[in-house]
Design a protein around this ligand. Sequence first.
Ligand code: CP
Ligand code: NVA
Length: 310
Amino acid sequence: MTDVLRISDLGPDGLASVLELASAPAPQPLAGRGVALLFEYPSARTRNACEMAVVQLGGHPVTIRGEEVGLDKRETVEDVARTLACFHDLIGARVASHETLSRMAGALRAAGSPVPVVNLLSDLEHPTQAVADLLTVEQEFGGLAGRTVAYIGDANNVCRSLVEACLMSGMGVRVASPDGFGPTDEDLERTAKLGGDLRWTNRPEEAAEGADVLYTDVWVSMGDGDAEERRRAFTGFTIDERLLDIAGADAVLLHCLPAHRGEEVTEAALEGPRSRVWRQAANRMHGARAVFAYALGVRPGGPATAGEAS
Ligand code: CP
Ligand code: NVA
């Protein structure tokens, strides 16, 4: 059993295993079992990808809105987690505060529960997104090591998981953000420990030059305040065809979606021949299936059920 709250919880070997599982036929560790999918924020891709991933693993997904259980309002986060663990083999949660995930996992571990918690997006990270991102790069280029991803925009939850996943996979990373929207001190410390080829800059062109992948995300994430101030600050950080040309003829565009055309990406770039965003979106299901299976103890080439694997 493995909680996946941050992409680093997988470690480099675990991440490689998850990517392998994502391309393999679905094992059946959840036959006749349930998975709770709790959403404090809206979702199009993650909810649908996760529900279908659970079905593919033989299980039954139960999606719950935050307000239905009232985290720390109707009852404590810990009591919600322990209640869901009475009925389900895994809890996936999209939360406003990463601490909610830590509290859920902490309560379950303290109670001796074997039910893993998987982060479906928090203010800190979006690890299941990063798995789909790497899967898409792998499919495009036939491998990861030595490829370079340039992330242009807010050094946010999506960026954080992506950067760490790339470094754990032997990829080069460039991140271009406006001043004030770059890495935190903790990001600098954590990525320095991971080592590898990483450069932070405030110049999109510098990041894009020679990159295999240009990646962006919204300028205003769920929970972010002052949208107008952010839009002003990010002027000049739009991925357009000019920036794709700077990257190179074979460079592709990724975006976790939802997209705001005319802000972080132009319509022409998003809908153009170098965009892989719909393949990336489809990979959310394969990535989620692999993360869930791994969290339940399934390993590549191993027994097909969690019970047999443990
Ligand atoms: N990329 C992503 O997580 O999309 P949703 O917010 O629609 O789930
Ligand atoms: N950074 C965005 C990602 C949405 C999938 C957000 O947190 O809203």
